[in-house]
Design a protein around this ligand. Sequence first.
Ligand code: HAM
Length: 423
Amino acid sequence: MVDGARAFTAPKGIPEYLPCDGFVRVRDALLTAADRAGYGHIELPVFEDTGLYARGVGESTDVVSKEMYTFADRGERSVTLRPEGTAGVVRAVIEHGLDRGGLPVKLRYAGPFFRYERPQAGRYRQLQQVGVEAIGVADPALDAEVIAVADEGFRSLGLTGYRLELTSLGDAECRPAYRERLQAFLARLPLDEPTRRRAELNPLRVLDDKRPEVRALLAEAPLLIDHLSDASAAHHAAVKQHLDDLGVGYVENPRMVRGLDYYTKTTFEFVHDGLGAQSGIGGGGRYDGLMAVLGGQPLSGIGFGIGVDRTLLACRAEGLPVDDAPRVEVFGVPLGDDARRALVVLAARLRGAGVRVDLAYGGRGLKGAMKAADRSGARYALVLGDRDLVAGTVALKDLGSGEQRAVPLDEAVDVIVTALARQ
Ligand code: HAM
């Protein structure tokens, strides 16, 4: 180390994923499930105008009031590292007029989101999500599709130890009356001052109180699911019917409270039992007012965000192999300078033919280079010495069986492509 130099560490609460961690495999499995249902990929800005989240997610939410990474840029504009993806997608749909074509607009996204939360296992300040949003059609079959896509993503990874919790948060017709009913109920309870204030501001959130003594007081609280408008009740029944048809199991959780204010009607969470306190591996729902709130046409929307970090933890908890595939299929071992020149070229030709190839660099001896070949996870080693070069051949060694044979150099690409395809 240079004198006076110190080693840096990643910021607190921010996980990193190394090549062996299986991050890409998990993220891509979730993205693929969305791709199969026709969701086009959108890459969103990592920061946006702060007002977008204040208006879109809700100022009274913890996410907006306590957890945002907000700062003034050099032009004194207030910007915020995105805490979630839905507001940004809706902004982009409106800005680019995507809602003027065929509906629904179906988009998927993946990447880091930022929330200044207290870090603990499964709760990070930089979290990774895969999400989808379907905007512009209020068909309950679309709600079922969104849920089924998330479920299929988890299943394609082999996960089984999770459950889907489902409820309806109603609509503009039934919510105000329910809110008053709940507030009247809460006003009669001996609540402490902060809880009383929360009851004024956002009574639904009081239902999420984790303290046993408060939970006991809330046992008889009125539930929105019992006071839905006819339209919301019919929608909810239809979503459940579609889920039954699809064989996607769910449990109703009428006390579900989501941390974002835009939800209406269908609301859901995927909960994994092997993760301890941070058990939500994904969640989402309808947000039928959000397009209008953000200045667009009054179109409906539904989507989900899946926590990739937590899905990875769930895979580990279930003992599922999530390591990324071996880095390469073929590993070149040159013995001598001329052999190195020839193998560098052969490696490039193999890559051109779609084969993943690495080489032993740095003039390592045969033993060290073969060790590197084993470590790489490659199926084959290509060993080339000066004598092979004169003979115009290369030794192709099957690293599984140990079998080795000489292959003419100018046929090596075809032979290897055929051998790999046979597996
Ligand atoms: P959310 O429930 O806030 O929803 O986040 C979705 C998922 O992200 C959670 O279920 C969890 O797995 C993961 N997650 C959230 N916070 C953290 C954290 N601090 N550390 C690790 N993982 C975390 C949304 O963000 C909505 N935008 C989802 C949505 C899309 N609703 C409709 N469309």
